[in-house]
Design a protein around this ligand. Structure first.
Ligand SMILES: Cc1ncc(COP(=O)(O)O)c(C=O)c1O
Length: 367
């Protein structure tokens, strides 16, 4: 008899991770929306300082980190959930909130982990197409909410399309969402969004006990290698439920130490945001000069459709052959598009030069 797996293993999509991690070549890695900047020296020191305590389990409640987050955002510690990356919080939400018969509503294309939540829990996924400018269509999402809806996710700015909706639109949306529905606003990239102050959404928590703002140390803080994220929640009950479904000690000691220290260096973080936004302006300008039309990025990555006369796979391969790794739209919900993280200016120049060559090569291979 063949060895069996659970039925949900057949349903759960395999996360489309970027390739070539182990490759020793001098690669420009623009496929995973990481920070091109290494952890700050003080953060490295904090990690080193935590090494001697690794014979002990980490603080199961991440007290120091939650205290610092509470001071920074003015949200009570009891309303802050920590995760082994913010993905961990999303997966915990699927266990804590979803079950067969329940519905989860989210836009599509959006973050590739969301389909996992319904598949793992047996809930029904209701996906809502983005609007013509590849933004969340919040009125259309509202129309999909039924008595069975348990969770709605709004990814703002949206991965993979890089676009954002203004906070005022989200606030009006929340006013209309019935209070039995949980709403997660995934703000993994909010620091790069110039439409609104990243702190402004915090105020929503005082009016909506049914919401969570999902944030991460993986992007602007450059700590994705350690895996740590958090949710600022409108209610303690949500934090308790999220913690209940997870293994003990889910956030490791080095991640806790690094994230706690990182919060004390906001000037350096803002400097990195400024540099990324400057790169965003110049990369998008050069993309337009190549005849492409990048979406209005409010994130640390761009998103654009490829011309009709080239194949996506040829361009992605052409870039990889030139040492530049990007994500193909087909892996993220839209054929014939690319998602490319903004890197350092040197990396971006390599990307843009390689793109011009890869487009020309892809055209001549089809001619
Ligand atoms: C929209 C969005 N949310 C959440 C995450 C997860 O981040 P992490 O688990 O590294 O905190 C990502 C990572 O790419 C993302 O794009």
């Amino acid at each position: 008899m063949a060895l069996e797996f659970s039925e949900r293993i057949r349903r759960i999509p395999v996360y489309p991770a970027a390739e070539s991690y182990g490759d020793g070549r001098d690669l420009v890695r623009l496929a995973s929306n990481e920070s091109p900047y290494p952890p700050l020296p003080a953060v490295r020191d904090a990690i080193a300082g935590a090494l001697d305590g690794l014979n002990r389990y980490p603080d199961p409640t991440s007290t120091a980190l939650r205290r610092r987050l509470s001071e920074r955002y003015g949200v009570p510690q009891s309303q802050i959930a920590i995760g082994n990356g913010s993905c961990d919080i999303l997966l915990a939400a699927s266990e804590a909130l979803l079950e067969p018969g329940a519905e989860i509503v989210y836009a599509w294309p959006s973050f590739s982990v969301y389909p996992h939540l319904s598949a793992a829990s047996g809930a029904t996924a209701v996906t809502v197409p983005l609007d013509d400018e590849e933004r969340h269509d919040l009125p259309a999402m509202l129309r999909e909410i039924t008595v069975a809806t348990r969770l709605v996710i709004v990814c703002n700015p949206n991965n993979p399309t890089s676009t954002a909706v203004p906070l005022s639109a989200i606030a009006s949306f929340l006013d209309e969402v019935p209070d039995y529905v949980w709403v997660f606003i995934d703000e993994a990239y909010c620091e790069f969004n110039v439409l609104d102050d990243p702190e402004a959404s915090i105020e929503l928590l005082t009016r909506h006990p049914n919401i969570a703002l999902l944030r991460t140390f993986s992007k602007v803080y450059g700590l994705c290698g350690l895996r740590v994220g958090f949710a600022l929640c409108g209610s303690q009950a949500l934090v308790r439920a999220l913690d209940q479904v997870r293994q003990p000690f889910f956030c490791n000691a080095l991640a806790q130490a690094a994230a706690t220290e990182a919060l004390s260096h906001q000037d350096a973080v803002e400097d990195r945001v400024t540099r990324t936004i400057a790169e965003r302006i110049s990369v998008d300008e050069r993309l337009r000069a190549l005849g492409l039309a990048p979406a209005d990025s409010q994130a640390n990555f761009c998103w654009f459709s490829l011309p009709d006369d080239v194949e996506e796979a040829d361009v992605v391969r052409g870039l990889a052959e030139r040492g530049v790794l990007v994500r193909a739209g087909s892996a993220l919900g839209k054929d014939g598009a690319l998602r490319v993280t903004y890197g350092t200016s040197e990396e971006n120049i390599r990307f843009l030069d390689a793109l011009a060559e890869a487009l020309a090569a892809a055209r001549s291979s089809l001619a």
